[in-house]
Design a protein around this ligand. Structure first.
Ligand SMILES: [Zn+2]
Length: 293
């Protein structure tokens, strides 16, 4: 893959740990890829977004796909799973994969194996988030990457994965869910649900119909993971949304409401796709006032 000097890649360095007090968050390297910059900014003119986000000569921008490892006294949880290790060569070319999936290696750095993950929390089912649910093992067979984990998803998301419309069929790959339902490890959530003390799921919709966000509350600080409602800090303006959003007005409403809530709680906003930082705090005018990682 071509790599352009305009795209720094701090992802090669392990990110620091975000401490919330009794709960920690770490970012695992779930693979990098590149997308047309225009698709990530919807109706925003390139003249505006390109001042903030570098694009290469083909108009592509660099994105991370970094699952979050949340460790609480009760459990080890992952939010999303990265690109996985089963994209075909053709898919790797189409999605311009520039760095492979290294989640298992990264878990080892924390002394964790695949069987130590208790929960996998899906923001939604798109392949860049659910690609690591099922992996190719060393014998070449497919298996669940986290064989003990309860996999939690909004019921609406599972309904759409099971019967995708013609647009969603391009981003929900059946292979990413192979064997999950039969394993008994898939659990469907309606609306809000506390997973373990301090970690709560909430339905948001917007990007996909069943998209969910995760509130993580420690003793000293809290963090909100908005998934693809807030893919990078360059999307802080509620109107800067992706062309991939299926329900754009819902994305804008959710961003406004969640940013307002986060301002009151002074919480971190954590990123899955941002290649320049792992989390930030926003001020009253959606300006970045503090960054992490
Ligand atoms: Zn995404």
């Amino acid at each position: 893959m071509t790599h352009h000097a305009t795209s720094p890649r701090p992802a090669s360095e392990p990110a620091p740990t975000l401490e919330l007090g009794g709960i920690t968050i770490d970012w695992l390297r779930g693979g990098n890829n590149q997308l047309d910059g225009g698709t990530m900014f919807g109706a925003v003119p390139k003249l505006l977004w390109n001042k903030r986000y570098p694009a290469d000569s083909d108009n592509y921008i660099e994105l991370l796909n970094h699952p979050l490892l949340i460790r609480t006294p009760e459990a080890n949880l992952l939010i999303d799973t990265g690109l996985g290790n089963k994209l075909s060569k053709k898919q790797e070319k189409i999605f311009r994969v520039t760095r492979p999936w290294e989640v298992i290696e990264d878990l080892h750095r924390f002394g964790l194996g695949r069987e130590d993950i208790d929960y996998v929390l899906f923001s939604h089912g798109d392949f860049d988030h659910a690609g690591g649910v099922v992996m190719v093992n060393p014998s070449g067979d497919l298996e669940l990457t986290y064989p003990r984990a309860r996999h939690l998803m909004q019921r609406r998301e599972w309904e759409d994965i099971s019967a995708p419309n013609s647009r969603a069929a391009h981003t929900y790959f059946p292979v990413n869910f192979e064997g999950l339902e039969a394993s008994g490890l898939l659990e469907l959530v309606d609306g809000e649900a506390e997973v373990v003390p301090g970690v709560t799921l909430r339905h948001s919709g917007g990007h996909t119909r069943g998209h969910q966000v995760v509130m993580i509350e420690g003793d000293q600080a809290s963090a909100l993971h908005m998934g693809d409602l807030f893919p990078t800090h360059h999307h802080a303006n509620p109107l800067w949304i992706m062309a991939y959003d299926n329900f754009p007005l819902r994305v804008i409403e959710e961003k406004e409401a969640l940013f307002g809530e986060c301002l009151r709680k002074n919480c971190w906003l954590t990123f899955y796709h941002d290649f320049q930082m792992r989390a930030c705090r926003l001020g009253a005018n959606q300006e970045v006032v503090e960054t992490f990682g």
